[in-house]
Ligand binder design. Structure first.
Ligand code: 5GP
Ligand code: ZN
Length: 115
C-alpha cells in the first residue's frame, strides 16, 4: 500500500471505482476517461510500479492479470469481437499512474499502430 498512489486507494476502498472484477490478487475497474466503449484497467492489489520493477516473487501476478482479462472479456461480451491489451511503462510509454495496470480496450475497431 502506497498512500500517495491513487490505485492503492481504490484497492483499499478509499476512492470509488466502477469495479467489474476482483479476486484475492487482482482488481479491475472502468477507466475514468474511457477511449473505447469498453475500457477497463486490471491491476494487482499489491503496489507494483510496472513491468520494469517486477521480480520473481511478483511475476505470478502477471498471469493473474491475464486470467482476469479472459474472464472480463467474456463478461463484457468482447471475447468474440476482440480487444487490445496495453501496459504503459515509464515516460515514453505514457505511464501516468505508477501502479502497474493493463488497459483492456474493446467495443470498437482500433487502429494500428498506435500514435
Ligand atoms: P496510464 O497512462 O498510466 O497507462 O493510464 C492511467 C489510466 O488511469 C488513464 O487511462 C486514466 O484515465 C485512468 N485513471 C486515472 N485516474 C483514475 C481514477 O481515479 N479512476 C479511474 N477509474 N481511472 C483513472
Ligand atoms: Zn499503488
Amino acid at each position: 500500500m502506497d498512500e500517495n498512489c491513487i490505485f492503492c486507494r481504490i484497492v483499499e476502498g478509499g476512492l470509488p471505482a466502477d469495479r467489474v472484477y476482483e479476486n484475492q490478487h487482482v482488481l479491475a475497474f472502468r477507466d475514468i476517461h474511457p477511449v473505447a466503449p469498453v475500457h477497463i484497467l486490471v491491476i494487482p492489489r499489491q503496489h507494483l510500479i510496472g513491468p520494469s520493477f517486477l521480480d520473481e516473487d511478483a511475476a505470478f501476478l502477471m498471469a493473474e492479470m491475464f486470467l482476469a482479462v479472459k474472464e472480463i472479456a467474456l463478461k463484457e461480451g468482447i471475447d468474440g469481437t476482440g480487444y487490445r491489451l496495453v501496459m504503459n511503462q515509464g515516460v515514453d510509454g505514457g505511464q501516468e499512474i505508477h501502479h502497474m495496470h493493463l488497459h483492456i480496450l474493446g467495443g470498437r475497431r482500433l487502429r494500428w499502430p498506435p500514435g
